[in-house]
Design a protein around this ligand. Structure first.
Ligand code: ADP
Ligand code: MG
Length: 230
């Protein structure tokens, strides 16, 4: 990493509250986090501490109440909804605990779709989807629907889908949370392979400490702030 390189994502003094009736819940209270290209950051914190909220804000799925989210140095809070959507579609990939694949489509089609939504011709989308799925060891699973795949295979398809549009930032919310240790290991390797090959910036919320130990950095959320571990 060059000293002058900007972070792909920079959360600066981010605050987020949820209001439920008269109750105000301060979830983020000045969170600071910068992640550079090629870096995998593990976000390890107890349930309810704000991991999902932080990832949603970093990926422009949700608005912060105060503070700023910079994507490649661009402040995003003043952007229109359509500008935010464009950045999210082009520059951000999400992976969740549940795969959220579309059940009526094949593995190949699930990875083609985000590219076609972005306007890529079908042939090109298909070629890239096939390449990505093969890279993740799923070459013989292309025509299968999600229900015909194992949990680990489903999650690898979800990872391929997340990076189909060549994002700069990958956000994963407990991506191995539903998987047994051996399958978790496969899925984590798939994630690592892609982050390294494409020099993505990645933030991965996880409860798996073995996996977290092999990432580049570990952070936690405490009282609404990010604390660097070690
Ligand atoms: P984590 O992912 O670490 O479990 P979350 O970001 O999901 O934490 O949630 C942090 C806190 O904010 C929790 O107490 C949760 O109940 C609350 N929360 C999350 N989303 C909402 C919402 N849309 N409305 C109200 N409260 C919410
Ligand atoms: Mg969560």
């Amino acid at each position: 990493m060059a000293a002058t390189e900007s972070p792909v994502v920079f959360l600066h003094q981010v605050e987020r509250q949820y209001r439920q009736g008269d109750v105000v819940l301060d979830v983020l209270k000045g969170a600071e986090l910068a992640v550079w290209s090629g870096q995998m950051v593990a976000l390890i914190a107890p349930s309810g501490s704000g991991k999902s909220t932080l990832l949603h804000i970093a990926g422009l799925l949700e608005h912060q109440d105060a503070g700023e989210v910079f994507i490649d140095d661009v402040p995003t809070s003043g952007l229109s909804d359509s500008e935010r959507t464009r950045i999210r579609r082009n520059d951000v990939g999400f992976v969740y605990q549940a795969h959220h694949l579309l059940g009526e489509f094949t593995a190949l089609e699930n990875v083609m779709l985000p590219q076609m939504i972005r306007g890529l011709p079908r042939k090109q989308a298909e070629a890239r989807a096939e390449e990505l799925l093969s890279y993740l060891g799923l070459k013989d699973r292309l025509p299968h629907r999600p229900s015909e795949l194992s949990g680990g295979e489903q999650q690898r398809v979800a990872i391929a889908r997340a990076v189909a549009n060549a994002p700069r930032l990958l956000l994963a919310d407990e991506p191995t949370g539903n998987l047994d240790p051996k399958t978790s290991e496969h899925v984590f390797r798939a994630l690592t392979q892609l982050v390294r090959a494409s020099r993505l910036a990645a933030v991965i919320a996880t409860h798996n400490l073995d996996i977290a130990a092999r990432m580049d950095r570990r952070v936690t959320l405490k009282d609404g702030r990010i604390i660097e571990l070690e």
